[in-house]
Design a protein around this ligand. Structure first.
Ligand SMILES: [Zn+2]
Ligand SMILES: [Zn+2]
Length: 266
């Protein structure tokens, strides 16, 4: 049985947990160690039982917990070299880095891991696809989950990756009108957010989902919503046409400060 939960998402922190038969992995650790401990406890898990942390990129909302996690030396940290270097620069200790090459497939316990380069203003940001089991295996059927949370636009390889998944986690970061109307962000930051190396708007995310649309999808999580420049209502409106097109898939909007219950991938 493979299970998945989003512990938290958004600019104040991102972390998700994937549990398979033989592994427990965190995807990003963007909360303090204390907060991560609380979030894991709230879903009946603990950091002691986690085997590894997979990092998408070095931004604080994805890596803030790495320093505090030194209290748990059993943890392995998977990242590409550029991300590891950038994270390491802010640390007082050396984590057990497991360096992978972006684009290369590898196996961690019973999980096949693939990483995909994404356009975002970080050293070498990636999205991941995690796969367990195999096609045709009655006892351990193939299950795939893809996670792409910080990207200015979706290259073709991301389209192909998303098509062949049971669960998709993708950002729906901002509503362009709310971003434009925001008075707290300087123009340069707004440009960065909405640029080709920033974040996907609700519209861009829904265009991506409409273009990729797969009958395999069982659940799509819309995440990394900006607190000030987005709202559940704006995402609901944008996703409505896709929701009706893919009626067998559940669409789950996850706002900042929310965790999701475990989803069983089977
Ligand atoms: Zn980022
Ligand atoms: Zn982020």
């Amino acid at each position: 049985m493979t299970r998945f939960t989003i512990l938290g998402t958004g600019s104040s922190g991102n972390a998700a947990l994937l549990v398979t038969e033989n592994a427990r992995i965190l995807i990003d650790a963007g909360f303090s160690c204390r907060k991560l401990t609380q979030l894991l406890a709230a879903c009946g898990e603990s950091i002691e039982r986690v085997d590894a942390v997979f990092l998408t990129h070095e931004h604080g909302d994805h890596c803030a917990g790495v320093e505090g996690l030194k209290k748990f030396p059993h943890l392995r940290f998977f990242a590409n070299a550029a991300t590891a270097r950038a994270v390491q620069a802010g640390l007082s200790h050396r984590p057990d880095w497991q360096i992978f090459e972006t684009g290369a497939r590898f196996v961690f316990r019973d999980i096949q891991v693939e990483s995909f380069a994404v356009p975002h203003d970080a050293q070498e940001p990636v999205g991941f696809r995690f796969t367990t089991g195999q096609d045709g295996d009655l006892f351990s059927p193939r299950r795939s989950l893809a996670l792409f949370t910080d990207l200015g636009h979706a290259p073709q390889n991301v389209h192909e990756c998303l098509r062949d998944c049971d669960v998709v986690v993708v950002e729906s970061n901002h509503c362009p009108e709310l971003l434009k109307a925001d008075t707290r962000r300087p123009w340069s930051l707004k440009q960065r957010i909405s640029g080709r190396h920033g974040h996907l708007s609700n519209h861009a995310t829904c265009e991506l989902l409409a273009a990729v649309g797969s009958p395999r999808w069982r659940r799509v999580y819309l995440t990394h919503l900006s607190r000030e420049c987005n709202s559940r209502a704006a995402v609901e409106t944008a996703v409505a046409p896709i929701r009706s097109r893919f009626a067998s898939c559940e669409f789950s909007i996850v706002e900042q400060g929310e965790s999701t219950p475990f989803f069983d991938l089977g």
